[in-house]
Write a protein that binds this ligand. Sequence first.
Ligand SMILES: [Fe+2]
Ligand SMILES: [Fe+2]
Length: 399
Amino acid sequence: MSLELCHMALRQTLDLIGLTDDTLRGFSRRKFNSDDLYNDVLGKLLGGKGRRGPAAIFIASERPDCSCCTGRLFHLREGQLVERSEPISIDATSSFAITLVKVEGEREVVPVNWKDISGSVEEFQNFFDPRVVDAMEDAIVNFVSCRISGESPGVIVAFNYAGGATEYDADVLRSAAVVIGSLLTVSSFMQETERAFVYTIEALARACEAAEPDTGRHVVRVNKYAGALAANMGFNSSFVEEISTSAQMHDVGKIRIPPSILLKQGPLTHKEMQLMRQHPAFGLEILGESPRLKVARDIAISHHENWDGSGYPKRLKGERIPVAGRIVRVADVYDALRSRRSYKGPLTHQEALEIFRHGDDRINPEGHFDPAVLAAFFKIEHMFDAIYDSSVLKLAPPP
Ligand SMILES: [Fe+2]
Ligand SMILES: [Fe+2]
């Protein structure tokens, strides 16, 4: 390897470490997406300015029984993976698999140029699945193929390095494959943890609502309304996703309120009301300190605060109320209006809408709701109706 190539290899390896670090830090903030990872590691590392990289990359994941690999071909342009092909499945027993998929274990990654194994470029094409050849912009003249090992095994094949594929290209691709393999493994563990987390909070939310008539369906609907409001207000997808999972925790503190109060028919005494009004603070305590539950805590403590400062428990006003709480306030009130309560029957969507427009003896829209959330509500009120409608039990009409 020439000195110049060694320097380039060192620089690209250092960049790879930097990218790995950034990606790992990003895991907690964004939902992991393998296309983002491929773009970061393969796009920036191999195709960035002044880099030596291939013209196209085929990335495939292996079926658990190793019978086939399914992947897509990406073209590389200025550090970006662009124009991916449709998914291509390659049978591990086909002859194409010998060069494209079956890279044995952790063995040497070898660069192959057409002259090494063929009499002509045309003949060289026969080594590859025709769908891969078709998806290429030019005829394949060289490639480096490398296995991805770990929890999500697969293969990366890089095609058409300018001036021929070298040992240096093989080294860089191998480093990239190791990093991708490790990050995919971390990601699959994180997704498993995330699923367990979501399951746990769903179970907790259902348990808290168990004393109320509409049980789990109310919290599921509040999640949906809150997600729709946040999306309409232009919040980024990670906040929308966060609020769509956390809104259901709004009444988690009610688990500490005796059922005799929760289910009481008729008005509560002053003392009972005092206790009931502590459910936001109880919720905050139950949700603890985990950074992962920050939005859930914001919602639990602030979903009864009013925009004009007349709510509880802290009488917060305006933007001092966490935005997630202001969004859930609207979602929760709408659902309460549509649902049967001990003191009232269920309202239709139009009746609920009227109250959101003009208020009633309990609700003062201008005083209680953030105007931006209220404006978003009026823009998407038909979605609220559809969400409510799709989740309530339909009773058969009387005979
Ligand atoms: Fe509440
Ligand atoms: Fe609620």
